[in-house]
Design a protein around this ligand. Structure first.
Ligand SMILES: C[C@H](O)[C@H](O)[C@H]1CNC2=NC(N)=NC(=O)C2=N1
Length: 97
């Protein structure tokens, strides 16, 4: 059973995730892509990763801007799975730059 991370553990994790913030018990970051098709390509790649991990982000898509929100729905807060997913999302975005 996943365990909620403490505030200190979240802050430690965010030290390695400079694009992310903890907002309302979730890890959140935005990303602006070069085009809408590029944004959808990122979403599709993240979807593959999330399916593989069986851990899914909330994704807000507005033209070229994506907002990712990672929390563990089953226990209502941030767990290690969310930190791992955030790292993988950064990997997808970093691969574009
Ligand atoms: C049965 C349950 O839906 C699955 O174990 C997964 C699916 N993806 C998930 N994703 C997230 N973010 N939180 C979950 O609790 C979760 N549960």
């Amino acid at each position: 059973m996943a365990e909620l991370l403490s505030d200190d553990q979240i802050n430690d994790a965010l030290g390695a995730l400079p694009e992310w913030r903890c907002v309302d018990a979730a890890l959140v970051r935005s990303a602006e892509l070069a085009s809408f098709p590029d944004a959808i390509r990122v979403v599709n790649r993240v979807a593959e990763i999330a399916e593989n991990d069986n851990h899914h982000p909330d994704i807000d898509i507005r033209w070229r801007t994506l907002v990712f929100r990672c929390s563990t729905h089953s226990i209502g807060g941030v767990t290690a799975s969310d930190v791992s997913l955030a790292e993988e999302i950064d990997g997808v975005l970093d691969a574009l730059s």
